[in-house]
Ligand binder design. Sequence first.
Ligand code: SF4
Length: 304
Amino acid sequence: MNARIVERIERLKREKNAIILAHNYERPEVVDIADVTGGSFGLLSAAMETSTDVIVVCSVDFMAEAAAILNPDKRVITPTRDAICPLARQLKKKELIKAKREHPDAHVLLYMNSDTETKALADCVCTAGNALKIAETMDGGSPILFGPDHGLSYYVSKRTAKEIIDIPEHGLCPVHHKITVKDLMKAKEIHPKAKVVAHPECRPEIQNYVDYLGSTSGTIEFCKNAGDAEFLVADEVGLIHMLEKEMPDKTFYPVSDMAFCKAMKKSTLPKIEEALEKDKYEVVVPREIAVAARRPIERMFELA
Ligand code: SF4
């Protein structure tokens, strides 16, 4: 079944002059047919560089919207409309406007995993891979209103000299939050020689026990370059497939099987085939929001 559908997807891709981008957390079969895999920054870079007419984004809502904003002259489609990131929804436009009023001297740095209409009010956006560099480079000694993920803001506040103000106060990725210190201790007991890698969306207390903390692409690079053969992965479980694919000679254990992102598993091969065949679902961002959100996304590319 998979071989036939993969063949049809390949044919449609050629006919439509399309490229498929897939996040590292997507289903293994989706990752395997993608032209480009990566974290948010890598996928958006690929979306800006491609010369294809159609870009199929297998990821969550805000990523498809960012790709569309950066490519107003291309057709950007997403195989599903249900891939909604619950973290991004935690910062509301109203709350951001209020915080900006309360901290008029602060700069606003939003994680890519935020709603597009809140990005439109930011000075800059960042990904897990470039959050430190961007926070350091943002103008002067002004405080930074940072949201919506507290794990990432904790990571930035511990590694930069910047004053970080969380917005909202307790934003979290419900998937990474499922990984607990207890899970990690148990896994370390079972695999004492394994190095621990984690994503900054993990709880702050997890971040204190790791050998490497960073984006999904950073984790892949770290594991490739490390001389070690075993790794405990405190990240969304989908990343294990990417790690195994890139490093078949190394062993990767998820710290918790509970860290499963449903939103990142909404794209399936039949949905990708249908998306290519019927040109759906086209990602359309209202012009006013798209123009305003494009500025902070482009600023990220300038500073990263
Ligand atoms: S892993 Fe967390 S932040 Fe990433 S898409 Fe899923 S819910 Fe959103």
